[in-house]
Design a protein around this ligand. Structure first.
Ligand code: SAH
Length: 169
């Protein structure tokens, strides 16, 4: 796929400064807070596109909710499989594929979680990004999009977002 950022190269060279080495605190709060936890479908299948090293996939997986982390960098997926040897027992897995072009499971996903993925897209792909979720998520399913970073500035990482961009899509 034509993409200005060579993610595989970044992963190969260990240029993964965005990687916190743990799940996102905001997601943890969303899952644990009495006010918000009901928003996340408790059963079915979920997808984390651009999952990086997969900690959010691990956090979202429960015995009733199978999660798949998807990343098109083979090195990222290799890293995920290495640092999550327990994945199969804990009801999650990883898939190396392109978000825009992979086989969606019959019926679609109950849940998708997007974090630091829209900002990974060159702006010209944003409309495709927005069009892909309705294809992936079943009717009545849920998209949690945790938008970060939200700064009104040029640049990264690697394609900065703003409130205006986010509300457009
Ligand atoms: N969400 C993760 C990783 C963010 S970096 C975290 O918070 O740590 C963005 C990730 O998206 C990279 O690992 C990159 O390989 C992946 N990616 C970029 N474009 C993609 C695409 N079209 N399909 C699947 N993964 C993609």
């Amino acid at each position: 796929m034509d993409n200005e950022v060579d993610w595989e190269k970044r992963w190969k060279e260990g240029q993964t400064l965005w990687d916190a080495g743990k799940a996102s605190p905001a997601l943890k709060k969303l899952i644990e807070d009495e006010d918000t936890k009901h928003l996340i479908p408790s059963q079915g299948i979920g997808l984390v596109p651009g999952c990086g090293s997969g900690y959010d996939v691990e956090l979202l997986a429960t015995p009733e909710r199978h999660m798949t982390g998807l990343d098109y960098s083979p090195t990222a997926v290799e890293v995920c499989r290495k640092i999550h040897p327990q994945a199969a027992d804990k009801n999650y897995d990883f898939m190396c594929a392109d978000f825009y072009n992979f086989e969606i499971p019959a019926g679609g996903y109950d849940l998708a979680y997007d974090y630091t993925f829209l900002c990974a897209m060159p702006p010209r792909l944003r409309p495709d990004w927005a069009a892909r979720y309705p294809q992936l998520i079943k009717k009545g399913g849920v998209l949690i999009a945790l938008m970060f970073p939200l700064e009104e500035k040029e640049g990264g990482p690697p394609f900065s977002l703003s409130r205006i961009v986010v509300t457009q899509f």
